[in-house]
Design a protein around this ligand. Structure first.
Ligand SMILES: Nc1ncnc2c1ncn2[C@@H]1O[C@H](COP(=O)(O)OP(=O)(O)OP(=O)(O)O)[C@@H](O)[C@H]1O
Length: 249
């Protein structure tokens, strides 16, 4: 039997910034299609540096990154960026058109897709994030939580292979946090979620990878990693007061 092609493959990735600061020291990561994985680690661990390699914003270090079998290289960048959708922390970095519908249509239109296909993708992406009613609204009239969900839709309309979310629960009120969790849980997509919100990682991602000092220091079931006080303390990971990961059903 042949091994299925992983959605994401990172092989021995090392990278130093131009000022000489070494941020990654040989990272290996493999995500199978449909997996939901949390990327955990303290400030400065290298999480953003790793994420920026997944769609080729950063390149030039040692090692290899492949998205659904396609190497992240200069000549494949357009397709790589369609396959890896990154939702950045501030939705306002991703929303710049007069209406929500135009924002979500922007990527597919750029691909040169015919208008009926663009319209179908916009409708599907907005439905997936439960924002269909906002099609004609101005993004800046929406709540922060709604804007974050629209930012997810702008990426989903490209029909990516992997959805990468940078701190998806930051600045959300409890209801917005829950609404986004429901949306993400229902998406049939490979998901990599960078977060400091450990309960959110537990809720959404069966598997977690801990990065610290530019290396992967743990990779396993989220429930087991979060129940290891020594691991958490060693890498500045903290559960909210009174939170017991083993008690969550
Ligand atoms: N443009 C840059 N030039 C030089 N060093 C950088 C640059 N960007 C990040 N670094 C360094 O690389 C290391 C990894 O940073 P990175 O932003 O990837 O960490 P992170 O895990 O995403 O942190 P955070 O949780 O704070 O977002 C840090 O030591 C940081 O200071």
């Amino acid at each position: 039997m042949s091994t299925p092609v992983p959605s994401l493959l990172v092989d021995d990735l090392a990278f130093a910034y131009p000022d000489g600061h070494q941020a990654l020291y040989g990272v290996d990561l493999r995500l199978e299609a449909g997996e939901r994985v949390a990327l955990l680690g303290p400030n400065g661990a290298g999480k953003t540096t790793l994420v920026l390699h997944l769609n080729g914003i950063l390149r030039g270090g040692r090692g290899r990154v492949e998205v659904a079998g396609l190497p992240v290289e200069e000549r494949h960048l357009q397709e790589v960026r369609r396959r890896v959708g990154i939702v950045f922390q501030d939705p306002d970095d991703q929303l710049f058109m007069p209406t929500v519908g135009e924002d979500v249509a922007f990527g597919p239109r750029n691909l040169g897709l015919p208008e009926p296909e663009v319209a179908r993708r916009v409708a599907d992406a907005l439905a997936a994030v439960d924002m269909a009613d906002a099609h004609d609204r101005a993004p800046h009239h929406l709540s922060f939580g709604q804007r974050r969900r629209v930012a997810v839709a702008t990426v989903l309309s490209m029909q990516p292979e992997v959805l990468v979310l940078d701190e998806p629960s930051s600045n959300l009120d409890p209801a917005g946090r829950r609404e986004l969790a429901e949306v993400l849980q229902a998406l049939p997509i490979t998901l990599l979620m960078v977060t400091h919100d450990l309960p959110y990682a537990l809720q959404l991602c069966p598997r977690s990878v801990v990065l610290d000092g530019g290396v992967v220091v743990a990779d396993g079931p989220t429930r087991e990693l979060l129940a290891d006080p020594g691991l958490l303390a060693a890498h500045r990971l903290e559960l909210p007061f009174g939170f017991d990961p083993r008690a969550v059903g």
